[in-house]
Design a protein around this ligand. Sequence first.
Ligand code: PLP
Length: 400
Amino acid sequence: MTSQNLIDMEDQYGAHNYLPLDVVLTRGEGIWVYDIDGKKYLDFLSAYSSVNQGHCHPRIAKKMIEQAQKLTITSRAFRNDQLGLFCKEVCDLTNMEMLLPMNTGAEAVETAIKMARKWGYTVKGVEKDRAEIITCAGNFHGRTTTIIGFSTEQLYKQYFGPFTPGFKSIPFGNPKALKNAIIKNTVAFLVEPIQAEGGVLIPPDGYLKECETICRENNVLLILDEIQTGLGRCGKLFACQHENVQPDAFILGKALSGGFYPVSAVVSTREIMGVFKPGEHGSTFAGNPLACSVAREALKVLVEEGLVENSEKMGNYFMDKLKTIKSKHIKEVRGKGLLIGVELVPEAGGARRFAEALKEEGLLCKETHENVIRFAPPLVITKEDIDWAFERIKKVLESL
Ligand code: PLP
């Protein structure tokens, strides 16, 4: 079958809830992916930061095959020999005490919401069914009906209401707004350290630290959604470590499994996570031995292969180079580690046409929102790979 046959089939039988670039991929290795005609591309999206460890990392693949031939799922009706180790290892990495496993990012966000509400009612003493969670304008936390209810993006929510009450929106990057929004029923502030889907928006220096102080002073949980910014993407193991912030809970996903399998988690303290009692929450696949084994190896790869350090080094190198490009289309280059956004001026005609042109040059990236090109390669990228990519990016941005 040709690429076109496969594209046509997908468009005929698959729902149109995405607008993918028309490249049909069949193989991946490290930073590279290959289409069905054998053409090679540098993957600058990393499946929205799911393959920080690189495509088909051999150590994770080996572990996955071994575990798949041993035991894949027991459900939580029984115990398995991987879950406890997974929980402990993630708690050690995050300086937390308890973990609740889930599958997708959105499920982990839902879990954190339930956790914060129950903590509010049973520990903080909030009046029944009156708990409030503060979120930020421009957020992206997933696609469930509760989560899109507190999105400020019309496209994500119109036609999908009615929505869950109990959320209040404030501007991102403004600690004063947080302080003013807190009431006695506020149980949590849910925020991304950098709004990646929102257009790689970086808040002012010191923002998270101030939010941490405000939350502590008001007995409000600081819940960081590090599903995209965490696990080395922003040049630290967690983006909040740029400001020495320790949240009350981390929400993790994506690269937690190196892109092999949907694995997500909420990690928190015993006081907070301890509120869950048997029967109150769960998921058939969550915490299964295959997921736990794959995630354990993915985390070991991240740490043992120095990918966090490489992200910081290569991120700085790449961003400095991008800033030298002289193009009438560029408004700003910003980022942390290997999460980099190039914002184009409105007259540039949108980021999509640049993503299309870069595809022709052998680079795969995606527009986020109208005017931002996101560059987020696997963290195994080398200086030589960046130099190769840079020449092509420069050419497209200067000549289109
Ligand atoms: N939170 C953040 C910050 C994300 O970037 C994403 C996905 O892009 C999600 C949550 C949702 O994760 P999932 O698509 O696995 O449900």
